[in-house]
Design a protein around this ligand. Structure first.
Ligand code: ZN
Length: 380
């Protein structure tokens, strides 16, 4: 389970690196860190309290994956010089802002086939001024403490994730390389889902495991879908096994045992909510939208038909419905339709500047236009 979490969260890093910075959602989440701040955290910097929770979980996943694959604190040509703690003696040096400024940022920028490049070589390559010779000696001295030799090996995680160019194929390669160690648990998860939704084709299962990426722009919502997919929620049924005397009954309908599927789907109170959401969506789309567990929970949106924009709309609507259910997870109240509608309005407004920034506002109106038409709202 942990490896799956890592793979999914590490994908977020790739998006930070490949333009996630221009995306307002990420920009908000990472505003207090900056690019250097992120690199510092990825390479061992202290996770202070001011680091947003979502960033923290991504960083911890990255560190966990490095340890798991045996690459933690192994220096490569991609190890950053001035931030992080992998080269703490170097990062602690003062007065190297100029070096950073002219493009000397990674170990690979100054390291030759088996040793530090000479000062003359650095002068040639980066136009380093001769007044920096003393700094060069300082740097050489600091590096000597690490006993570095040949650094020809590239850590595949670094290369894939930090390059920011991980395409669709790259994503599944990373996913596979981390998942391969836990095939049994993954099969077990699939069996559980098949118990609810019936047999899943190989392609359906793969789509379901990646659905979080298709459904939302916000990484917060993506993590929500990831948690649903992995059933990563406490339930009365689970707690009653852990603590003697804990009631396995559902806090909403008093039915027992209240396991994950009961709370997210079967509970009569939750079913009423899902039915109302389904009716609203059918009204908005002007055609029947069948909210099966495949669509509503696993995000297998091809089931609902329609074009890409309307699938995206249904995906977002079900995601926000799940968020409402999660908010009232083990509480004796029903998820609220009015809060779901408010969340939909909020999502429509929040996504507008994102599509605008990406130069495709027409996509936004394709996705959200019907919603605004139906409820008579204006985009302003
Ligand atoms: Zn119930």
């Amino acid at each position: 389970m942990r490896r799956l979490l890592w793979a999914t969260q590490i994908l977020v890093i790739n998006e930070w690196m490949c333009g996630g910075w221009s995306d307002p959602t990420y920009r908000r989440e990472l505003a207090c860190l900056g690019y250097q701040g992120v690199m510092d955290l990825l390479y061992g910097g202290v996770l202070s309290r001011t680091v947003p929770e979502i960033t923290r979980s991504v960083v911890l996943a990255w560190r966990g994956a490095l340890t798991w694959t045996g690459w933690n604190r192994k220096h490569t040509l991609m190890t950053p010089l001035w931030v992080g703690t992998w080269l703490a003696h170097v990062a602690g040096l003062e007065g190297f802002a100029k070096w950073d400024h002219i493009g000397i940022t990674l170990l690979g920028d100054i390291w030759g086939p088996s040793s530090l490049n000479s000062f003359e070589e650095l002068q040639r390559e980066f136009g380093l001024h001769r007044s920096q010779f003393f700094k060069y000696l300082q740097l050489r001295h600091a590096l000597a403490t690490y006993g570095l030799k040949r650094l020809e090996e590239f850590n595949p995680l670094e290369v894939k994730v930090l390059s920011g160019k991980m395409g669709r194929g790259g994503v599944s390669r990373l996913y596979k390389s981390l998942v391969i160690h836990t095939p049994d648990r993954f099969d077990c998860l699939r069996e559980k889902w098949e118990g609810l939704v019936g047999d899943l084709e190989e392609e359906d299962w793969r789509d379901a495991s990646m659905a979080h990426r298709e459904m939302a722009i916000s990484s917060r919502l993506r993590l929500l879908q990831w948690k649903i997919f992995h059933m990563a929620y406490r339930t009365p049924a689970l707690l009653s096994k852990m603590y003697r005397g804990y009631e396995a009954r559902c806090p909403k309908c008093s039915g027992a045992p209240a396991d994950f599927f009961h709370l997210i789907w079967h509970c009569p109170v939750t079913q009423t909510f899902w039915a109302k959401v389904g009716r609203t969506l059918s009204g908005v789309c002007g055609r029947p939208i069948a909210l099966t567990p495949r669509v509503g929970l696993l995000g297998l949106l091809f089931d609902v038909g329609g074009n890409r924009a309307s699938r995206r709309f249904v995906g977002m609507a079900t995601l926000l419905a799940k968020r409402e259910i999660a908010r009232y997870w083990m509480r004796p109240v029903s998820p609220s339709m009015s809060e779901w509608r408010a969340a939909m309005d909020w999502a429509a407004k929040t996504e507008e500047p994102i599509y605008l920034a990406r130069g495709c506002p027409h996509k936004h109106s394709k996705i959200w236009g019907m919603w605004w038409d139906y409820f008579g709202l204006q985009s302003g």
